[in-house]
Design a protein around this ligand. Structure first.
Ligand code: NAD
Length: 447
């Protein structure tokens, strides 16, 4: 076992020390997936592994993705003349637990490091809520806002062909994430099915119900976040009826979180998107905001609210903050300004490690991403089970089972937090990592 420092993601077992030094000295970026986000994910994992006294060999193994695929492919624009080269990724972190599962994101800055970090988080998330999956993640480095519908379809079909040998209904099942949606999943399913020769609905989740998608999948992540609000509020002694909620984002997760929050009697005082944020201290009319964005795509120009800078959302007076757009938005720069006493993380990795420390010291109760936004993958799991069994459940059944899994997982995590005197993120990681490590230890090493 080599001598490893906490937070050091450089190096791998079996690399002689001298070679290791040379590689580190090369440019400090010796691992292909090395990136600030990956370092954060591994830093978090290392911290908890030490706390748990995790088996050293298992610890070492879990610090790296098991498989990482990088593809480049040509993309012809609508004008026919221009052909760009696009980069795509699919990373499978752990294949011990069953098939791997995780979203595909389209964004102009997606990279292997980001996708590898998110695949690791997916492993813990699936284990926390008890799903028989390891974590995966994928993406294409392209801004979907700049694509026509035909271009989006071409990118999706070509990317699917590029990764067709690493995905499968029993091996790795994609889902929507930032910048992708039901339609993108439908094209992915169609491309895969054409290749295989018959319809394979179980290849992907988050598809339209007409193709074997699950009812209530679209709402699942946002709704799942809000299922945890009563327990979180109870923990901090807050009456959540009429509580003020600020939600960063207004995409899939944020929108359905906002709708659920209103249904629960809360006031959604602010939402945002890439064009900025809107604010109303008395509560926004979320139906009107949703209608506006359906018609105009962006919040820009919405008439019935005050328009503020996107970042200003983190400073508005509120009781609950739900970051539900992108990673890395809660930082040491704004953590001191956040007025909420509860943060429910809808986005993956929205809070960096420094900010996490500041918020913990300030006594803010954080329901971490790997627990809070697990509603999406949970209903994706239901969808996959329904596709495999070719037997579909009612919306009531799905929502009831989702609520049961989310609230039970919250109870499990808070019990660990209390027993071990740790915060919720650490407790959630303990739960997830323990389950994966146990499975790895009993499977043993092949050959
Ligand atoms: P989405 O593409 O539907 O929405 C993203 C939102 O973020 C949009 O409102 C967009 O305008 C905003 N945004 C994009 N870039 C931004 C920036 N630089 N600054 C501020 N806002 C920005 O995506 P989504 O599916 O709602 O996913 C949001 C987050 O939730 C991501 O972190 C994703 O990984 C995570 N997540 C999604 C699901 C799911 O089921 N969709 C499940 C679990 C976690």
């Amino acid at each position: 076992m080599r001598n490893r420092q906490q937070g050091d993601v450089g190096g791998s077992v079996g690399v002689p020390d001298q070679r290791q030094e040379e590689m580190t000295a090369f440019d400090g970026n010796m691992l292909e997936w090395e990136s600030p986000m990956y370092r954060d994910a591994v830093g978090q994992f290392d911290r908890v592994a030490v706390l748990m006294g995790l088996d050293e060999n298992v610890t070492e193994r879990l610090r790296f993705p098991q498989k990482a695929t990088v593809v480049t492919f040509p993309f012809r624009h609508d004008n026919y003349e221009d052909v760009d080269t696009l980069f795509g990724y699919r990373v499978q972190h752990v294949t011990t637990m069953g098939p791997t599962k995780g979203g595909i994101r389209y964004a102009g800055d997606v990279n292997l490091g980001e996708v590898s970090a998110l695949a690791m988080l997916m492993t813990w998330k699936c284990a926390i809520v008890g799903l028989p999956f390891g974590g995966a993640k994928g993406g294409v480095r392209v801004d979907p806002m700049g694509l026509s519908r035909a271009e989006l379809q071409r990118v999706t079909r070509r990317f699917t062909m590029e990764i067709i040998n690493v995905i499968g209904p029993n091996s790795d099942i994609p889902a929507p994430d930032m910048g992708t949606n039901e339609q993108v999943m439908a094209w992915l399913m169609d491309t895969y099915s054409q290749h295989i020769g018959h319809a394979v609905p179980a290849i992907v989740t988050g598809k339209p119900p007409a193709l074997g998608g699950s009812v209530a999948r679209r709402e699942a992540t946002g709704r799942g976040l809000m299922f945890l609000l009563p327990q979180a509020a109870h923990h901090v002694g807050m009456d959540y009826a009429n509580a003020r909620i600020a939600i960063h984002g207004f995409g899939n997760v944020a929108r359905y979180a906002a709708i659920s929050a209103v249904e629960m009697g809360c006031r959604v005082v602010a939402v945002s998107d890439i064009s900025g944020a809107i604010y109303d201290e008395n509560g926004l009319d979320i139906d009107a905001v949703a209608k506006w964005t359906d018609e105009h795509r962006l919040l820009q120009g919405f008439p019935d609210a005050e328009h503020i800078e996107g970042d200003a959302l983190f400073r508005v007076p509120c009781d609950i903050l739900v970051p539900a757009a992108v990673q890395g938005v809660v930082t040491s720069q704004n953590a001191g300004d956040i007025q909420a006493s509860i943060i429910i993380e809808g986005a993956n990795n929205p809070t960096n490690l420094d900010a996490d420390d500041i918020l913990r010291e300030r006594g803010v109760f954080i329901v971490p991403d790997i627990l809070a936004n697990a509603g999406g993958v949970t209903v994706s799991y239901f969808e996959w089970v329904q596709d495999v069994q070719k037997y579909f459940w009612s919306e009531n059944e799905i929502v009831g089972r989702l609520r049961e899994i989310m609230t039970r997982s919250f109870d499990d995590v808070i019990s660990i937090a209390t027993a071990e005197s740790v915060d919720m993120r650490t407790a959630a990681l303990i739960k997830g990592i323990r389950r994966v490590a146990d499975a790895k230890l009993v499977r043993g090493v092949f050959p």
